[in-house]
Design a protein around this ligand. Structure first.
Ligand code: HEC
Ligand code: HEC
Length: 323
């Protein structure tokens, strides 16, 4: 018996030491830096098509985090919908200011960040999504827009607030949240007439709906999105405007807890205008107001083909007001 306790004591001691060691290591490392990945050297040409597409993509995928409502510029703000366990995080100033925005970044450096999560100084950017499967054309459109004379991107001298990540975020940034590699091949979107492939592209490439709509950011698989736990079955947690928990919803075809009983019109209204058959949708669900009905229909068609998941989220349990 005595020997048993001795062994147990030693084992516990080792575990405690390992945990303390890990915490010290994570605190010391903070948010890690990486060697700068191979960075494209070509400047992006601004065509009218790219500027229009770029505005639509930035509206859909960047403004919710980067647009400062006071200045109406992409000058950054505190991320209030990030759960407290992550600490206090701030989106960056991505206006054209040379000192505090990205006016001094090359187009290639912006592309590298969007693809990998690694900034021009090598530091890993936290919370900022990685656009791994977005087509080169869409990425170029975003860059062209960031360089345009639109009022959102006009130089704003406000410095980006320093990040105040929690120990959890530091631990995640040193373990599961990793940079993603630069694509080694051109990334080309499927043609819109190939409806299912195109719908999948919109979900995993252009808009990354799967990132919010799968079970948890921590178990999402950026390289192979379909391998994310609970792929598109909802359940990921955010905070709403009042700091209350808000849960992403099940987009699979399960008739009870998913959207199996919806039609393409219901879906389009929910995605474009935030009007779901379950009532008005709240942030952080973006309003994809510039999405075409054809694109919404392609996403809807693709969603019918993925494995159904039974996962009830609050609106299924009657805990969200249904109008
Ligand atoms: C979920 C919120 C979120 C979304 C969506 C988002 N970003 Fe960010 N972004 C951040 C945060 C937070 C940072 C700062 C991270 C850090 O410093 O570690 C950041 C940093 C950046 C930076 C680096 C700037 C610098 O000086 O370090 C660029 C460039 C950028 N974002 C561009 C974009 C673009 C373009 C889009 C849309 C395609 C976008 N972001 C979408 C949250 C977001
Ligand atoms: C930043 C995270 C985020 C992104 C990105 C996102 N969603 Fe959502 N979505 C949510 C949240 C959170 C809700 C729940 C809102 C609520 O409870 O009011 C939601 C709700 C919905 C609903 C309503 C479902 C129902 O049962 O009422 C649909 C449909 C939907 N999202 C589709 C999409 C599609 C399609 C995309 C990509 C084009 C997308 N979402 C991208 C977070 C997100």
């Amino acid at each position: 018996m005595k020997k048993f306790f001795k062994v147990l004591g030693t084992a516990l001691g080792i575990v405690v030491l390992a945990v303390v060691g890990f915490v010290v290591w994570v605190q010391a490392r903070g948010i890690p830096s990486y060697e700068k990945p191979p960075t494209p050297t070509m400047a992006v040409a601004a065509t009218p098509e790219r500027l229009e597409m770029g505005r639509s993509l930035v509206l859909a995928s960047c403004t919710d985090c980067h647009l400062n409502k006071q200045t109406n510029r992409l000058s950054g703000q505190q991320m209030l919908d990030v759960p407290q366990e992550f600490g206090k995080l701030y989106s960056a100033n991505i206006t054209q200011d040379k000192d505090h925005g990205i006016g001094n970044w090359t187009d290639g450096e912006v592309i590298t960040l969007l693809r990998t999560g690694i900034g021009r100084d090598g530091r890993y950017r936290i919370i900022m999504p990685h656009f791994v499967h977005m087509s080169d054309e869409d990425v170029n459109s975003i860059v062209a827009f960031l360089r345009s004379d639109h009022s959102w991107v006009k130089a704003d001298p406000a410095p980006t607030h320093a990040q105040e990540p929690s120990l959890l975020v530091k631990a995640l940034a040193n373990t599961v949240m990793k940079p993603t590699p630069m694509p080694t091949q051109p990334v080309v979107a499927p043609v819109a007439t190939d409806q299912l492939a195109y719908g999948r592209y919109l979900i995993v490439g252009r808009y990354q709906c799967y990132d919010c709509h799968s079970k948890d950011f921590k178990t999402n698989n950026a390289l192979e999105p379909e391998k994310s736990e609970g792929y598109l079955g909802g359940g990921n947690h955010f905070l709403d405007a009042n700091g209350k928990d808000i849960v992403s919803r099940n987009l699979t075809g399960d008739p009870e807890t998913g959207i199996g009983h919806w039609n393409a019109g219901d879906f389009s209204k929910a995605v474009k205008f935030g009007m779901s058959p379950n009532g008005p949708l709240r942030a952080p669900m973006p309003k994809y107001s510039t999405m075409s009905d054809e694109d919404a229909a392609a996403i809807f068609a693709y969603l019918q083909t993925i494995p159904k998941i039974k996962n009830a989220t609050p609106e299924d349990q009657g805990t969200v007001a249904v109008k």
